[in-house]
Design a protein around this ligand. Structure first.
Ligand SMILES: [Zn+2]
Ligand SMILES: [Zn+2]
Ligand SMILES: [Zn+2]
Ligand SMILES: [Zn+2]
Ligand SMILES: [Zn+2]
Length: 293
């Protein structure tokens, strides 16, 4: 929508009027047919039409271009009254600087800056309103520490307020205590469980120690027996060797008895193998040894 023609001071060229709203161009765009429109006006026109509203020549949104520079300059130089003229603003400025003025215009209506306040005041009256606004807040002058909206100030009672707060704190304290007790009982049961577990483990360790010492004892006994057996073997070997020795020495005596002549070694005539001597002959040898000794 364009600027109301009534607001302008002096002559406005007809070429600077929008072909849709017939007001002075606002954010203008130009069609290839050189007709110009406010961008909002032509956008909503083209939703339902596909032609220039002035001469019905085909038109689509992509063929719209910015206004010629000389026309833009003319437009910017137009003198316009502030939108707040009805409230008393007497400012007349170029269209180019209109927004700058209106953004800070003292006659513009603005919302009160206090949260929750629905009042709209002229910018120039804001300060006066804030000093009496029902939604301004301040710390309680009696020193209870509460921040009060001035609308609530008459009903404010420091003692009641503080009592409520104390009640709430007491309630929270109760809750905290409850939680603490629960935690403690949980901790206690965990501790008991740990102690139980510890003694169980100790018992197991003791039992394992006992088993280990028994195994060690067995091992020692086995090793002793093994040592003894080796010793016995060694002694037996020694005895065997002595017996063989003795046998060899006794051989000449025994060879004179033809019945008990042992088998001769096939390759070496002078030696007799241990295998060729049967248990009978060993016994006899032993008896001989006994006789000799
Ligand atoms: Zn327009
Ligand atoms: Zn046209
Ligand atoms: Zn103004
Ligand atoms: Zn207010
Ligand atoms: Zn108070």
């Amino acid at each position: 929508m364009g600027y109301d023609l009534e607001r302008f001071v002096g002559y406005v060229n007809e070429g600077l009027l929008c072909c849709v709203c017939r007001d002075v161009l606002e954010r203008p765009l130009q069609a290839p047919c050189e007709h110009a429109y406010c961008s909002a006006c032509i956008s909503s026109w083209l939703v339902h039409h596909h032609s220039c509203p002035e001469d019905r020549l085909p038109l689509d949104v992509n063929s719209l271009k910015p206004l010629y520079r000389y026309m833009r300059n003319d437009l910017n130089r137009l003198q316009i009254r502030c939108v707040n003229a009805a409230q008393g603003c007497e400012v007349v400025c170029s269209l180019e600087s209109l927004h700058t003025h209106e953004d800070g215009c003292e006659f513009a209506f603005i919302s009160c800056s206090n949260t929750g306040c629905p009042v709209q005041v002229e910018r120039r009256s804001l300060e006066a309103h804030l000093s009496e606004c029902n939604f301004r807040s301040r710390v309680c002058p009696s020193g209870c520490g509460h921040t009060l909206l001035s609308i609530d100030q008459s009903q404010h009672n420091c003692v009641a307020e503080l009592r409520t707060e104390v009640e709430m704190l007491r309630y929270m304290l109760c809750k905290v205590d409850e939680v603490r007790r629960e935690m403690e009982s949980r901790l206690d049961s965990q501790r008991r469980h740990m102690v139980q577990k510890e003694s169980q483990l100790k018992n197991e360790v003791e039992e394992l120690k006992g088993q280990l010492s028994r195994v060690m004892c067995d091992m020692r006994a086995l090793l002793g027996a093994e040592r003894l057996r080796r010793q016995e073997l060694a002694e037996a070997e020694l005895e065997k060797r002595e017996l063989l020795e003795l046998l060899r020495e006794l051989q000449p005596i025994r060879s004179q008895q033809p019945v008990e002549q042992p088998t001769r070694d096939q390759h070496q005539g002078e030696h007799y193998s241990w295998r060729s001597i049967d248990s009978n002959s060993i016994l006899k040898t032993l008896l001989n040894m006994q006789a000799i000794l």
